[in-house]
Design a protein around this ligand. Structure first.
Ligand code: ATP
Length: 304
């Protein structure tokens, strides 16, 4: 597996507190990586380090295989675009003029790419309108357009849905999906709202108190959150044989517990088990919603 970004035992101290504490992560190339954590968990700190806005206290990170301590890191960083905290835009300039400014900063030879960037981000009809008269969603999209000016392979967005209305959230989501699918851009999105990320993320990293609690794929998260019936029986081997015979989907959890997915004929199963002297000791619905899963992982209130 190739990675756009990895963090390896990163520490970032502010005074005596650790904003990042032995933090490790792996963002696969091509992923939409949902970086989830409560306010103050350390998401922005990681992003600031990756962008070179601050240095780690110890530990390392890599961008496209180049370590932050290596000479090539500046070049590797050119493969990255980011919108950190509020998008940095000139409010008195139009969208096109904001992009021209960014092209100057990057030393790009012509403005040829600007119409395409405006179209991509849905800002092609804004004409001379100044950014200060844009909606929050338009400003956020302009921030993304600016981050895309250098044609990055990795786009980092810090809480891109913050403060947006539902329509603005949908537009940002569709833009991110388009960038990922049509332009193969790897996207790292930080958020404290798992539900919003679950509509687009292919991978997740859950951070709490500066520490990576768990990384997983969207498929793994979905499986972990599926509705199932948890059965405790006296003979799991008999249960497994019976479930196979009935063509049911299941997962053995322990010596006595098995999760059965989807609807199943309970009477038929109970009778089949009884024939082989296997008793059901308990049965209950097990529903791990996304939100519960997240709260169980990081503990406490997610909006803390
Ligand atoms: P949010 O969603 O609120 O932005 P976050 O997950 O991005 O949260 P960070 O901004 O990375 O969290 O902050 C992590 C911790 O480090 C917090 O406790 C914060 O107060 C602290 N912190 C961040 N920047 C500084 C700084 N410049 N000086 C001192 N402490 C800081």
């Amino acid at each position: 597996m190739e990675y756009a970004l990895t963090a390896n035992h990163l520490m970032k101290k502010y005074g005596r507190s650790n904003a990042l504490d032995n933090f490790s992560m792996q963002v696969p190339k091509g992923a939409i990586y949902g970086f989830v954590g409560k306010n103050g968990a350390g998401k922005t700190t990681l992003i600031r380090l990756a962008c070179g806005l601050q240095s780690p206290t110890s530990g390392t990170f890599t961008l496209y295989g180049v370590k932050n301590t290596q000479k090539g890191i500046r070049k590797a960083r050119r493969r990255m675009g980011a919108v950190v905290e509020a998008p940095s835009i000139y409010l008195d300039l139009s969208a096109a003029d904001n992009l021209k400014q960014q092209y100057h900063v990057l030393g790009l030879p012509s403005f040829d790419g600007i119409p395409e960037l405006l179209k991509l981000t849905g800002l092609n009809d804004t004409g001379k309108k100044k950014a200060k008269d844009f909606s929050l969603g338009m400003r956020q999209r302009l921030g993304i357009a600016i981050a895309l000016a250098g044609r990055p392979d990795l786009l980092i967005l810090d809480e891109p849905a913050n403060g947006l209305d539902p329509q603005g959230i949908i537009e940002i989501r569709e833009l991110i999906l388009r960038l990922n699918r049509e332009q193969q851009i790897t996207v790292l999105i930080s958020s404290h709202i798992l539900d919003e990320l679950s509509r687009l993320a292919t991978h997740y990293g859950f951070i709490d108190k500066g520490h990576m609690v768990k990384e997983m794929t969207a498929k793994e998260l979905k499986a972990a959150c599926r509705k199932c019936t948890r059965l405790t029986v006296t003979a799991t081997a008999i249960l497994v044989r019976t479930l196979d015979r009935m063509g049911l989907e299941y997962e053995v959890i322990s010596d006595t517990q098995t999760d059965i997915y989807g609807e199943f004929p309970l009477t038929e199963l109970t009778l089949a088990l009884a024939k082989e002297h296997c008793s059901i000791l308990s049965l209950h619905e097990h529903d791990e919603s996304l939100e519960n899963y997240y709260i169980n992982l990081v503990g406490g209130d997610k909006y803390e």
